[in-house]
Design a protein around this ligand. Structure first.
Ligand SMILES: *Cc1c(COP(=O)(O)O)cnc(C)c1O
Length: 482
């Protein structure tokens, strides 16, 4: 025994390193906060994209302790100064968001208090915060109060949860899989395909619907496909519509699709990962008419509410279905189960048990700022999108159709040069410049350059910088082909 106590004394000295004392805490925070403040200050001047694939072993774990200063230096050279600067307002590729500082404060507090947000019994407060966010989402998306929801790590998992619920409601399993039909469009996000695959629905029949010139699902084709499939003894079970496609920011005719889905008894999922929060903007509300007809909806706060990556959400109208798919018990959970209250726990609507208390990173900013700055920011992005398009047209660029939201695309036609070749080179030059980050996509097999304006840090000044960069890159590209 004595030897064990001696050993414990020895171990205690070493392991006590893990509980930093209050003085060290202050020091760490001061150093971290001066690092983050400098980082944020640098954003307006810094490049939004840095091509740097240089390999180094600085990030390798060698098991030896280092100073925070040293760690931050390594972080700066190996992480911050490589690739897309997602925190920058100059991130106008893919779907940006920015990353609110106050959300980081929420994360910090969530991590220090380490609330167990998986089950209500363990942290009724944390779970209530998560549920209050779900309630707020129900309210803005016109979902009934008794629907269920979950805060996920992002839109892909949110889509997966909805797909699993739909699968289980329609009992799509075993041989039946090959008789069930999913309806989506060429603009549907690839995470839906991934979700179907993960959910064991790889062999389901998929109808990729035609879209009109705006990229919206063609209602007539949807109706015809369903009728044809039914008359061939197939079972239509899932329609996926988009409220803001990733390529063009298009919103499908949600109401018309909803009527068909409800009449035909088909699960109606709306992927609003990108576009959903534009429902907060008065002049855009009408585009979301019919959203309440959905059985499930996916919306990403790490896009439209500018929260740092790692926060999506799913709502499922029929609470019983969601619980049936995800609720699971175990002996070691018996205290939690016997709690006998009807507050839903996140673990009941998700594959996760222990989880990051991710609600706080949204709850805190919403409480701290109130909702108005969020709305103003979204409205601002809509105007900036109009401005950049006007300017591109003035410069002789071709632009895609007027978007409903804040994703748009453009290309340049130059003399006899093949359009795709020219615009690929143009993007290459844009990325080389890197002051603003843009990405590309294919629209009807044509290579186009995409602009996505959603970061809360993207301002008129950023848009002007973007146009200057495009001007310079265009000159360079023309020279290349002359
Ligand atoms: C971003 C996006 C997704 C995927 O969401 P993640 O948060 O990246 O997993 C799904 N659908 C649409 C429409 C999106 O824009």
């Amino acid at each position: 025994m004595i030897r064990l106590f001696q050993k414990l004394d020895e171990l205690a000295v070493i392991s006590s390193e893990l509980e930093v004392n209050s003085e060290q805490q202050q020091m760490l925070i001061i150093d971290t906060s001066s690092f983050t403040t400098k980082f944020i200050e640098s954003l307006s001047e810094a490049k939004a994209f840095i091509i740097n694939n240089s390999k180094s072993n600085l990030l390798t774990i060698d098991g030896r302790p280092k100073s925070l200063q040293n760690i931050l230096e390594i972080y700066t050279s190996e992480v911050v100064e490589k690739g897309v600067k997602a925190a920058s307002g100059g991130h106008m590729g893919y779907i940006p968001g920015g990353g609110l500082y106050t959300a980081a404060i929420g994360d910090y507090i969530a991590a220090v208090t380490n609330e167990y947000a998986g089950v209500h019994y363990a942290s009724p407060g944390a779970v209530t915060i998560e549920n209050e966010i779900i309630n707020w989402l129900k309210q803005i998306l016109n979902f009934p109060e008794d629907s269920a929801g979950n805060l996920t790590s992002g839109g892909s998992i949110a889509n997966l949860i909805a797909i699993v619920a739909a699968r289980d409601k329609y009992k799509v399993k075993n041989e039946a899989v090959q008789k069930h039909v999913v309806y989506l469009s060429s603009q549907t996000h690839h995470s839906i395909y991934k979700g179907l695959k993960i959910a064991g629905l790889e062999d389901v029949l998929i109808r990729v619907l035609k879209t009109n010139h705006k990229g919206q699902i063609d209602i007539e084709e949807l109706q015809n496909s369903i009728s044809n499939d039914k008359s061939s003894n197939l079972i239509p079970f899932l329609i996926v519509a988009s409220a803001g496609t990733t390529d063009t920011g298009t919103i499908d005719p949600l109401f018309e699709i909803g009527l068909i889905a409800n009449t035909e008894n088909i699960w109606y999922h709306i992927d609003a990962a990108y576009g959903g929060f534009f429902i907060l903007v008065e002049e855009k509300k009408h585009l979301f008419r019919g959203i309440s007809l959905a059985d499930s909806i996916n919306i990403d706060p790490h896009k439209g509410l500018f929260i740092p990556y790692g926060l999506g959400a799913v709502l499922i109208k029929d609470k019983r279905i969601a619980l049936k798919s995800f609720n699971s018990n175990a002996n070691y959970m018996q205290d939690a189960i016997h709690e006998n209250i009807d507050a839903i726990s996140p673990a009941d609507i998700s594959p996760e048990l222990s989880k990051h208390f991710r609600g706080l990173r949204l709850w805190l900013p919403l409480q701290y700022h109130g909702i108005e700055p969020f709305k103003a920011c979204l409205e601002e992005k809509l105007i900036l999108t109009k401005i950049i398009r006007l300017n591109l047209v003035q410069r002789g660029f071709c632009v895609g159709p007027e978007p409903e939201l804040t994703v748009t695309y453009f290309w340049y036609s130059y003399n006899n040069v093949n359009d795709d070749e020219f615009n690929k080179k143009l993007l290459e030059n844009i990325l080389q410049d890197g002051s603003i980050f843009l990405s590309s996509t294919l629209i009807n097999d044509k290579f186009v350059i995409r602009i996505a304006i959603l970061s809360f840090r993207t301002k008129l000044k950023t848009v002007q910088k973007c146009l200057e960069m495009i001007d310079l890159s265009l000159i360079k590209t023309k020279k290349f082909f002359d």
